[in-house]
Design a binder for this molecule. Structure first.
Ligand code: RFL
Ligand code: PHB
Length: 390
């Protein structure tokens, strides 16, 4: 098989790039290790910055998002018995975010790829990129007993944190920066009316909690848990009881509980791999960087990678101009690190750290006190949460 751009990974990053390039007449093949049902069964992001939403529209995939997604102009930080609202619209100069599940947007991207007869190969086993430094790289995968080879001009590594692409870059070329937090998030999805029309990020001495949603009939809640906990340790009843303890009394009293339809634990980690290019391999999204979910930045950091790669590929194929490809890693990393800083800051400010000393706790309290006393600090939070410009 031959294509122009071989994309490893059929998550939001890979599908979005495939769709955008297709609309400019550039051929792609997407190789996904899992089945479509498996990819659509993963419950992940819920908050999209306006730049991501714009990219969905440019990819001709924004129709359902614009109809069913909710525009959020603000969110709440609950702390010390108070509920302080961040007016995103006011402090970001008129911007907002869209609440629309990653599952739904991935479904929309798959449907668009089907509609345009795009090639997305599921259950691709042993995917392996080759000859990345040469002008003729190729990717192989196994389909049962048969090994299939795809020749291409470029390979895109959009295969998430555990993918094969980043691991194909020699160890002496790649520099990895990592910070692992001493806790995870236990998430529950339930077919219940959300407790609040806006997201509530709650700081509590028992640990952080988040009230989020997917729609007016589908709620998503999280609580901070020790890394040693497993899903089996948490019955639905225990989860709801602990969530209530961490929320302000007036919110807890209104919480509607129900059976969980999904329950999982995600460890919190910050990670960046540099550079994001090796020969004709370009990394994008979680394959190159991970953030703790507190700032809702993960998918949104992927969006800027895709935006830069898309424009760089179009300039290369349409005008023979490779400046964008040459500058990709540097440009993408500049924005990636800003998302890292913001996510680390939100995480540090709102979580309970098992080993923190009294001094650290005073600084956490001061961080919040300063935030709500300064319009400039609120402006900084708002511009980062709605997404810095690409
Ligand atoms: P993905 O989604 O991991 O997709 C990668 C795909 O590659 C496939 N793959 C392979 N395919 C072929 N060969 C291999 N060897 C392969 N290895 C892997 C995988 O099966 C998969 O389908 O990466 P992508 O596309 O870069 O997308 C990144 C986002 O998924 C991620 O950043 C967000 O979900 C992070 N995130 C959030 N981001 C936000 O912007 N806003 C949020 O509100 C938000 N909430 C969250 C989140 C992530 C969470 N978890 C579980 C980590 C909430 C949570 C709880
Ligand atoms: C979610 O709804 O899954 C969600 C929302 C906001 C975050 C993280 C996750 O910061």
């Amino acid at each position: 098989m031959k294509t122009q751009v071989c994309i490893i990974g059929g998550g939001p990053s890979g599908l979005m790039l495939s769709q955008l390039l297709h609309l400019k007449g550039i051929n792609t093949v997407v190789l996904e290790r899992q089945s479509r049902e498996y990819v659509l069964g993963r419950i992940r992001a819920g908050v999209l910055e306006h730049g991501f939403a714009a990219l969905m529209r440019e990819a001709q995939c924004g129709e359902r998002m614009d109809k069913e997604g909710e525009i959020h102009d603000g969110f709440i930080i609950a702390h010390d018995g108070k509920m302080d609202r961040i007016d995103l619209h006011k402090y970001s100069g008129g911007s907002s975010v869209v609440v629309y599940g990653q599952t739904e947007l991935t479904r929309d991207l798959y449907e668009a790829r089907d509609r345009m007869k795009g090639i997305v190969i599921h259950n691709a086993e042993d995917v392996q990129p080759h000859d990345l430094k040469s002008a003729n790289p190729y990717v192989t995968y196994r389909n049962g007993d048969e090994v299939v080879r795809i020749d291409c001009d470029f390979v895109i590594g959009a295969d998430g944190f555990h993918g094969v692409s980043r691991k194909s870059i020699p160890r002496d070329v790649l520099k990895e920066y990592e910070k692992v937090y001493p806790f995870g998030w236990l998430g529950v999805l339930s077919r219940t009316k959300p407790v609040s029309p806006e997201l509530i990020y709650a700081k509590h001495e028992r640990g952080f909690a988040l009230c989020s949603l997917r729609s007016q009939v589908l709620s998503r809640y999280y609580i901070q848990v020790p890394l040693t906990d497993t899903v089996e340790d948490w019955s639905d009843e225990a989860f709801w009881a602990e969530l209530k303890r961490r929320l302000p009394a007036e919110v807890a009293a209104k919480l509607i509980t129900g059976a969980s339809i999904e329950k999982s634990i995600a460890p919190l980690r910050s990670f960046v791999a540099e550079p994001m290019r090796y020969g004709n391999l370009f990394l994008a999204g979680d394959a190159a960087h991970i953030v703790p979910p507190t700032g809702a930045r993960g998918l949104n950091s992927a969006a800027s990678d895709i935006y830069y790669l898309y424009h760089a590929m179009v300039a290369h194929y349409q005008n023979g101009d490779s400046t964008g490809l040459d500058k990709y890693s540097e440009k993408a990393l500049a924005r990636v690190w800003k998302a890292q800083r913001f996510s680390w800051w939100m995480t540090t400010m709102l979580h309970t750290f098992p080993d923190s000393i009294a001094y650290d706790q005073k600084l956490q309290d001061t961080d919040l006190a300063y935030l709500f006393s300064s319009e400039k600090a609120l402006g900084s939070l708002a511009e980062n949460y709605v997404g810095l410009p690409f």
